[in-house]
Ligand binder design. Structure first.
Ligand SMILES: [Zn+2]
Length: 216
């Protein structure tokens, strides 16, 4: 099985009689992008940018991590790279963003990964622009964290995806880049922090949450 052979009809089982769409033993939902955009807007406006980013990052990370684990066992992949490359295909099929990997260099045994490419039609950039206008920084938080979660599940060690360009801040396209957490420098710090705030650093999250609430 190659990653490019993934098809929507094979991945999901539509069971309208039960009101469910199944993906392996789990369940997936079809939710309007406007509704997710509204939730994103309310989070940012009510608890502040940093706390909202932390929550949305945990959401995306969980989504990516479990997609990777489910896809690992769902097919007999031709190569490990196909299992990894299934992540971008999955993200595309789910309607989140159109993903074009430009480089996939990975060695699971040696724990090395360098993977990057283009995102087009990011729902998150669209929603941010529609609600807040042009951003100062990259804003596709659920998408970068999805990629971080997927790559971490694949590699078995912490990986971080950062967004080097983003349509929401005026770039012509969004550009993502995944490396191991320890291979990044300061550029990855906001991404690492966003994921840590709700796991290893909950005390700091409460401080950030308090500051964000007062700011509104
Ligand atoms: Zn973006």
């Amino acid at each position: 099985m190659k990653a490019t052979d993934l098809k929507m009809g094979d991945l999901f089982e539509f069971v309208p009689a039960q009101g469910v769409i199944k993906f392996r033993e789990g369940r997936v939902l079809m939710i309007d992008a406007e509704a997710i955009g509204r939730m994103r807007e309310l989070l940012i406006k009510n608890i502040g940018h940093e706390a909202a980013r932390a929550i949305l990052s945990q959401y995306g990370y969980t989504n990516g991590y479990y997609d990777a684990l489910k896809l690992q066992n769902l097919y007999r992949w031709d190569t490990e790279i196909d299992w990894l490359a299934a992540g971008p295909v999955m993200h595309t099929l789910e309607g989140i963003v159109q993903v074009e990997p430009r480089e996939i260099s990975v060695d699971r045994a040696k724990k090395t990964i360098n993977m990057h490419g283009v995102w087009r039609n990011s729902y998150e950039a669209e929603q941010h622009l529609a609600t807040f206008g042009k951003a100062e920084t990259a804003v596709c938080w659920t998408q970068t964290s999805y990629a971080s979660g997927y790559a971490t599940a694949f590699m078995g060690c912490d990986c971080i995806c950062i967004e080097e360009k983003c349509v929401a801040r005026g770039d012509p396209e969004c550009y993502w880049h995944i490396r191991r957490k320890e291979d990044w420098g300061a550029e990855a710090a906001p991404y690492v922090r966003a994921l840590a705030l709700l796991t290893s650093d909950k005390e700091e999250f409460r401080r950030v949450l308090g500051a964000g609430t007062k700011a509104e």
